[in-house]
Design a protein around this ligand. Structure first.
Ligand code: GLN
Length: 194
């Protein structure tokens, strides 16, 4: 790993720009990843929210599925938010017929599982790993975590449902941490890079 880790942000679609801003505020010089060869030059990756089915089409079209799968299998640290969480999950319920997931973290999610009436909502979450104050979390047509494997750490829950999970180098949130100016969850992820 290089002295200052190079952090990529998957920039095919969705809410990647605010992640880039958050990483810059934390002193990193993020790389917007759109091409397979860029994956070789990064030490860690953020997979943003957006629309997972569109992202899958673009990942396929840009020949990123195989090289990204290989980096994940090799243990690259990744922070996946919302659609990013869906892509990293072990199983996706209510997915599109072509819904692909990398199985990088042992959680199952239900796509759009919070339902229509509460498509978007905000909540204050207690996250012991970052302390006080609570983290303001923005949920937008978010996935619901319906199962976590035995070695998955649940870092935060909302109404008893896991919404921030970690297993080894993979951290996932059902909400959008990049939409507030609170960078503590990005910091928590980056701390694992040493
Ligand atoms: N519902 C979206 C999907 O299925 C995820 C929403 C989001 O990333 N904000 O991909």
């Amino acid at each position: 790993m290089s002295p200052v880790p190079v952090v990529g942000v998957l920039a095919l679609q969705g809410a990647f720009a605010r992640h880039v801003d958050a990483l810059r505020r934390l002193g990193f010089d993020p790389v917007e990843v759109r091409r397979p060869e860029q994956l070789a030059g990064i030490d860690a990756l953020v997979m943003p929210g957006g629309e997972s089915t569109t992202m899958i089409k673009l990942l396929t079209g840009f020949d990123l599925v195989e090289p990204l799968g290989k980096r994940l299998a090799d243990g690259m640290p990744v922070f996946g938010t919302c659609a990013g969480m869906i892509l990293l999950a072990a199983n996706v319920l209510d997915g599109h017929q072509d819904q692909l997931c990398f199985g990088a973290i042992d959680v199952d999610v239900r796509r759009n599982g919070y339902g229509r009436q509460v498509d978007s909502f905000e909540a204050d979450l207690r996250v012991a790993a970052v302390g006080d104050p609570p983290v303001r979390a923005v949920f937008i047509r978010a996935p619901v975590v319906v199962r976590t494997g035995p070695t998955v750490e649940v870092l935060a829950e909302n109404d008893g449902v896991p919404v921030l999970c970690r297993q080894g180098p993979i951290m996932v949130s059902s909400f959008h941490p990049e939409l507030t100016d609170d960078d503590r969850l990005h910091q928590l992820f980056l701390r694992s890079l040493g």
